[in-house]
Design a protein around this ligand. Sequence first.
Ligand SMILES: *[C@@H]1O[C@H](CO)[C@@H](O)[C@H](O)[C@H]1NC(C)=O
Ligand SMILES: *[C@@H]1O[C@H](CO)[C@@H](O)[C@H](O)[C@H]1NC(C)=O
Ligand SMILES: *[C@@H]1O[C@H](CO)[C@@H](O)[C@H](O)[C@H]1NC(C)=O
Ligand SMILES: *[C@@H]1O[C@H](CO)[C@@H](O)[C@H](O)[C@H]1NC(C)=O
Ligand SMILES: *[C@@H]1O[C@H](CO)[C@@H](O)[C@H](O)[C@H]1NC(C)=O
Ligand SMILES: CC(=O)N[C@H]1CO[C@H](CO)[C@@H](O)[C@@H]1O
Length: 600
Amino acid sequence: MYSQLSHFQIHLSASGDMWSPFKVMLIALVAASSFTPVCVLEFCSDSECHSHDATAPSSRPPPNAFKSRWNASASNLLRDLDRFTVSCKKLIEAFPIDEGEGNYARPVKNCIFSKSVPTPLKGPLRLAAASKEVIEDMLDLDVAVTRSDDFLHYASGGRLPPGSVPLAHRYGGHQFGSWAGQLGDGRAHSLGQYTNRKGEVWELQLKGSGKTPYSRSGDGRAVIRSSVREFLGSEAMHFLGVPTSRAASLIVSEEPVKRDQFYDGNVKTERGAVVLRLANSWFRIGSLEILSQSGEIDLLRQLLTFVIDEHFPSIHPDDPDRYLAFYSALVNETAHLIARWTSVGFAHGVCNTDNFSLLSVTLDYGPFGFVESYSPHFVPNTSDDEGRYAVGAQADAGLFNLGKLATALGPVLSEKQQSEARELLKGYVDIYHKRTHQLFKAKLGLLAEEEDDSYLIAFLLKMMEETRSDFTMTFRQLSEASFQQLLYRNFTQLWALQDLSSYKLFPDWLSMYQLRLLRQENDSDLERQQRMKNENPRYVLRNWMAESAISKAEKNDFSEVELLHHVLSFPFITQKAAEKAGYAERPPSWAKGLKVSCSS
Ligand SMILES: *[C@@H]1O[C@H](CO)[C@@H](O)[C@H](O)[C@H]1NC(C)=O
Ligand SMILES: *[C@@H]1O[C@H](CO)[C@@H](O)[C@H](O)[C@H]1NC(C)=O
Ligand SMILES: *[C@@H]1O[C@H](CO)[C@@H](O)[C@H](O)[C@H]1NC(C)=O
Ligand SMILES: *[C@@H]1O[C@H](CO)[C@@H](O)[C@H](O)[C@H]1NC(C)=O
Ligand SMILES: *[C@@H]1O[C@H](CO)[C@@H](O)[C@H](O)[C@H]1NC(C)=O
Ligand SMILES: CC(=O)N[C@H]1CO[C@H](CO)[C@@H](O)[C@@H]1O
């Protein structure tokens, strides 16, 4: 349909006022062309949902691929947990290990890991959630094993899988801008690496599994509240197509854990929980920083060599510039990761160097949040008064962290390489902007490149900010609305667009956007909508959704955790159960004023 109007080419300028004459012309032209009506909301039953939207980008597993994977391979899945073995050989042989006995807090030197045995949670234990995809596709286990008592113990630190030598990692970090010295896994234990039948290597880690030498004053536990958030948050990010650690299971216990949720002196007794989580590696920028800061330069080289050999196969081991190549890769990948965060409105909340992965995956889900009413100043951690880690400040936090990484690499780089590293870092902002631009263009369904695309995007974000429109649903509803609905501004049911359209220059932006779409010769409205629906999720883990599931989970009702887990595994597909739960509706009134607690 756009092709009928392909001759319609004008230059778009930034001035709002020049639009009125064009609008009239646009309406006339468009009204004359034929439209295919499209229904805005699609509902589907569970089975339909899985086999729909097959055109999802390859970074994201197409929903129908996974069903066949699950069932084609079911016969090879392990049903006997005792045969599930992990290996710690690589990690232990590569580095000196702190053999110190006991999980008491202490300064640790000259090693990367400390041996540390998890402290079993007080029972009875319950399985609150399990990720079938992680258990079956990444761990080669039949998900039925999660119903066994053995699994409850293995996945909460009460029993160790064969081959496991549990380790706590020593790292440091810059927290809120200042060097914080030794940090380390204060309540996490790495169980070892598992190499699955696809040849992928996953490092299994328990979080909330008790004290380690790095616990400082902490009790080594995590509560149900924060564990539900980590489990759902990391899985949701994966299905949004954002690189992240994964979560296999969530076990809750009866162990009392005292927490001052809002650091306001109001201590409550909550219950301990453990998440079994996976990443290709849990090393962080802070892993290198601590070695550099304490002058352990041989060990710094050893860790760098290990990380490069294991995870950066394109960097040749004999390359004299290999550390620089590693740095360059990290500058690029970090910029890409944060651009992805921005594109889904994800605010990590604590972008310290100890929470930034050397593989540029999202790690450590603490007081994170998804922007709702759009503001670049959105801060999920209510105690972060300065807004240091506001959603719109994360790119700067990345820059700061990469600067600290360059400093940490200083001792192993020549002067010339150090100055090259500084040059590489200068390229970061540009990489971030380019990637963000691409992602937002895709969110708007724009093909090719036009001069005013940046303006179109910035104008929209400005309107969203001024009208406090919902970030996720504004983009989603622009995807769901047909060209005709946009043209006539028929926003029945499209609540985010209703909010947006209260902005006085909205008609100008809309005309500009529609003209831009009309110039896409080989595009059709249906294709545009489909493309945009694959970029713009209908469901994200809103704070109120998490809170509602958490309050039930605290009463041992895990149904809403399960529902959210399922819904967020198909965030781009309209689902009946999700609609019924109101997950794409305007947030309920009780959700206003909801705070994300800081302690976890
Ligand atoms: C996969 O599962 C479906 C039903 O869930 C079944 O009809 C089909 O035969 C299974 N395919 C294989 C290869 O097992
Ligand atoms: C930068 O990182 C992205 C995302 O991982 C990747 O697709 C791209 O190829 C990288 N670019 C360079 C120059 O390495
Ligand atoms: C939230 O921000 C405050 C203030 O900067 C900080 O002290 C606190 O550690 C943050 N919370 C978390 C969980 O990091
Ligand atoms: C507005 O859009 C809805 C679909 O959301 C449609 O049912 C309705 O007929 C449209 N109204 C007008 C006046 O076009
Ligand atoms: C549209 O498709 C035609 C034929 O496939 C092609 O020649 C032309 O370059 C395309 N135009 C654009 C803008 O992609
Ligand atoms: C592993 C981890 O979660 N690291 C830290 C992320 O940042 C917060 C705030 O600084 C720390 O509390 C976490 O320990």
